[in-house]
Design a binder for this molecule. Structure first.
Ligand code: GDG
Length: 498
């Protein structure tokens, strides 16, 4: 099992003579005004957990959109700030966060528009129609160019590795290479890659593919997404595909296509759950939601139409209709983190989930008991871990999901060796976790309801066996393995430029 220390050593050894630049839309540290002061917050994100120690170990630079309302107050004239905020511990590692600014119109076009109304539904085949607008596309191009300028400004004349995150930056590799052909550039695509039939409707498909092929290395969560990408290339542009090597040759340049299933910090989660804070938070929730001895079905999702939240509520309805003996004995505790709420589809989903929850609570409530507790409160990471402790079963019912970190966090958090994972076959995580989890097709509501029944009735010995197996899988395939494999492969790219 690889640890944070192994990763730091690897990063120092392999990346020492290069400047490491990570690029992502969301920043790893955000400055906000709170109670009259400027506070620096670290958003709870799997990506930050994975990359923060690497960038620290290499004293690298992280380039991201400055989105906090106090972000501008703490940067220097080059929009840089040292993170995490320096403490008395002078030995603590830090790095530079370079912020890129955008206007409301640009954020609307690049982020809400092209990235999240266009590419997000295009890549998730969840039956929400992608929306492509010329004006959004122009903002997407401009913002990608702005990030390229910011990255190149930081690199100056040095040797550098640039590691780009996600679908917000499909054009960035090309803009970088146009100015510095011998730069090492890798990108990780955190969402699925659809089949060529689905992808072909994108009006700028050629530009997107050309942009991505400017990378030296392009990573996806699953081999299945790599294969879809290669098929798309095969259909849409002139290039030679080497299926043995899993790479694409175009205009004399090779792009390696590789899969790296992302994960979580098993060790950190496993140790955090024994903390007094997590125990206290768990007790607090137990009282607040009056959970008593009820069997808790837990959902913890961003409110996104890819996550299958209405299907979860429909399955609960089916279960209670068919097996009324569970009335009063079970409860679905659904945390729905509001997300991208400026987009109409997300507003609609929020309304749909509210309506379904109300309908179920009206239909089944009795003697002060209601089947659904829906909460949208922003939780600290400790509170998230506390919720996992309360679950009889954690339900992940994604209609489509690149990986799904909630499933892996849940497993890592169950140090008590109990708890069941109900997992959609359409979440990338199901490839690794299918043996220990109860696998569902969220479109099959009857079977989904039967699976919940199976979870409620499952004997303790079977529960313990399953979670034990799942914990071994996540412990072995942790976040440090994900990033170490990427770093090792990035380093081999050096040979291309010698
Ligand atoms: C994309 C891909 C892929 C949720 N509520 C709160 C909170 N969370 C945290 C969870 C988890 C994260 O949000 C959600 O991660 P997922 O992986 O489930 O989903 P996406 O946000 O869609 O992520 C996905 C991922 O990228 C990584 O590559 O797995 O497939 O779609 O970590 O714990 N965290 C806090 N408060 C909350 O209220 N602190």
């Amino acid at each position: 099992m690889l640890t944070r220390k192994d990763l730091q050593e690897l990063a120092r050894e392999k990346l020492s003579d290069h400047l490491l630049i990570v690029v992502s839309n969301r920043e790893p540290y955000i400055h906000v005004f709170k109670e009259g002061e400027v506070k620096c917050l670290r958003p709870a994100s799997g990506l930050v957990t994975a990359l923060d120690p690497v960038v620290k170990a290499c004293s690298g630079i992280w380039v991201a959109h400055g989105s906090g309302n106090a972000d501008k107050t703490v940067v220097d004239k080059n929009s840089r700030v040292v993170v995490p905020p320096q403490t008395n511990d002078k030995k603590a590692s830090t790095y530079t966060l370079k912020r890129v600014w955008m206007s409301k119109e640009e954020e609307d076009g690049y982020y809400y528009g092209f990235s999240n109304k266009g590419l997000w539904p295009l890549c998730h085949t969840a039956y929400t129609r992608p929306l492509f607008k010329h004006s959004d596309w122009l903002h997407y191009i401009n913002v990608n160019k702005r990030f390229a300028d910011a990255v190149l400004e930081e690199i100056g004349g040095k040797d550098a590795f640039v590691f780009i995150q996600d679908y917000h930056f499909a054009l960035l590799p090309k803009f970088l290479k146009e100015k510095r052909a011998n730069l090492n550039v890798a990108q990780f695509w955190h969402i699925p890659w659809p089949n060529p039939e689905a992808f072909r409707i994108c009006p700028w498909k050629k530009e997107i593919l050309e942009g991505l092929l400017a990378n030296d290395l392009l990573g996806f969560h699953l081999r299945y997404f790599c294969d879809n990408f290669l098929e798309t290339i095969d259909r849409e542009i002139e290039a030679r595909i080497d299926r043995e090597r899993l790479s694409v040759f175009r205009s004399g340049k090779e792009t390696l296509i590789r899969c790296y299933p992302i994960s979580v910090d098993f060790e950190e989660i496993s140790s955090l759950v024994t903390s007094e804070t997590v125990k206290r938070e768990a007790e607090k929730f137990k009282k607040e939601f009056d959970l008593g001895n009820k069997f808790v079905l837990l959902g913890l999702d961003r409110m996104d139409y890819t996550k299958g939240i209405p299907e979860k509520l429909q399955a609960l309805d089916k279960l209670l209709e068919k097996y009324p003996e569970y009335i009063g004995k079970i409860v679905l505790l659904q945390k729905g983190t509001l997300s991208r709420i400026h987009i109409q589809e997300y507003k609609n989903l929020n309304d749909e989930v509210n309506t379904l929850a109300e309908k179920l609570n009206w239909k089944y409530s009795s003697d002060g008991w209601s089947p659904v507790i829906l909460t949208k409160k922003d939780l600290s990471y400790e509170e998230v871990l506390a919720l996992y402790q309360l679950a009889g079963a954690c339900i992940v019912s994604s209609l489509q999901d690149g990986m799904n970190l909630v499933s892996k966090e849940f497993v890592s958090s169950r140090r008590d060796g109990d708890g069941i994972l109900i997992l959609s076959q359409f979440a990338g995580a199901s490839r690794e976790l299918e043996e220990g989890a109860l696998i569902i097709n969220p479109y099959d509501i009857d079977d989904f309801a039967e699976t919940i029944k199976k979870a409620i009735e499952m004997p303790k010995t079977e529960r313990r066996q399953r979670i034990k197996f799942l914990r071994q899988v996540v412990e072995e395939n942790n976040i440090y393995k994900w990033i170490s494999e990427i770093i090792s492969d990035i380093v081999t790219l050096e040979d291309n430029y010698i």
